[in-house]
Design a protein around this ligand. Structure first.
Ligand code: NAD
Length: 286
């Protein structure tokens, strides 16, 4: 079945209307940066799949509480916890609170991220450090805390055949260079090798680590950039599949990667980008 995406401010797109399978019953998930955009959709999808979900946020509590309420509508537990993922003490406190409230963690979705764009020669050290601090160091701190708990607890076969799953939200820019966004592209390229190296190290403990690499997903931060007909058509020259991505496109893949359905998928970057990384400019020659 197909439906038209709601609230589209540019030409309406046809997206699939898929039921999320109940593949995560009894699992405990933490989604960072879950009060908006992709993180919000992932938190909701994990809840629909049967997981209890911690909705991490750093900004206003209200938005996170609203997401938690939507997650809880699926009949699971949802808890909003504030923490700046770039700060070790805040990450440690968030995990301590989650373990106290939920008992353990089975799924970490390292989603929090931001951009501080500037022409390279004008990029400040503060812009560089902020992006690396949140996008890369934040993922390191959360992954380390999750792996400690996965290894302590081990496999609980009634819950999952693996001891834990980590999903890193990377980007098409882990492989596509991005002028004017050097700090962001460097952080996403860093996530790729961090993810693969952690995966290599922890796979023997039955812990799986993978990335989702989104491209052009309609979230509040970028909706404005693609809201005019002209901007949308320009974007479409980069997307062979000729539609923008919706946050739910990422939510469904996150559920798959968090579930035993994907048990043999380890250290993989899954591109969810309508074919953006197919280099459509080469479709007619090259
Ligand atoms: P978004 O701004 O809606 O989501 C990012 C979230 O991270 C926000 O809720 C923000 O408050 C949170 N955050 C920022 N700094 C934080 C910190 N220090 N601690 C905790 N949370 C923090 O944007 P989005 O488009 O939903 O992006 C989500 C992720 O997807 C990011 O990692 C982004 O790089 C990645 N991504 C998005 C796209 C896209 O097209 N939207 C494409 C590729 C990758």
């Amino acid at each position: 079945m197909q439906v038209e995406a709601e609230n589209a401010t540019y030409p309406k797109v046809t997206v699939p209307d898929c039921q999320v399978p109940k593949s995560l019953k009894g699992q405990k998930a933490l989604v960072t940066g879950a009060s908006s955009g992709i993180g919000k959709a992932v938190a909701i999808a994990l809840g629909q799949a049967g997981a209890d979900v911690v909705v991490n946020y750093v900004g206003t509590e209200g938005a996170a509480e609203e997401v938690a309420a939507v997650v809880a509508d699926s009949g699971v537990r949802a808890l909003a916890i504030r923490a700046d993922v770039s700060q070790e003490s805040e990450v440690e406190a968030m995990f301590a609170k989650m373990l106290k409230e939920f008992g353990t963690i089975d799924i970490l979705v390292n989603n929090a991220g931001l951009q501080k764009d500037a022409p390279f020669e004008r990029m400040t050290l503060a812009q560089w450090n902020t992006v690396i601090g949140v996008n890369l160091t934040g993922q390191f701190l959360c992954a380390r805390a999750a792996v400690r708990e996965f290894k302590r607890r081990g496999v609980v076969k009634e819950i999952s055949v693996s001891a834990g799953k980590i999903i890193c939200m990377s980007s098409v820019h882990e492989t596509i260079p991005w002028a004017g966004h050097v700090n962001y592209a460097a952080s996403k390229g860093g996530i790729m090798m961090m993810m693969k190296s952690i995966a290599q190290e922890v796979a023997p403990y039955r812990i799986r680590v993978n990335s989702i690499c989104p491209g052009a997903i309609r979230t509040p931060i970028n909706t404005g950039a693609w809201s005019t007909q002209e901007a949308y058509e320009s974007l479409m020259t980069l997307i062979p599949y000729k539609r923008i991505g919706e946050p739910e496109d990422i939510g469904r893949v996150a559920v798959f990667l968090a579930s035993d359905q994907s048990d043999y998928v380890n250290g993989a970057s899954i591109f969810v980008d309508g074919g953006m990384t197919l280099y459509p400019g080469f479709a007619t020659g090259g």
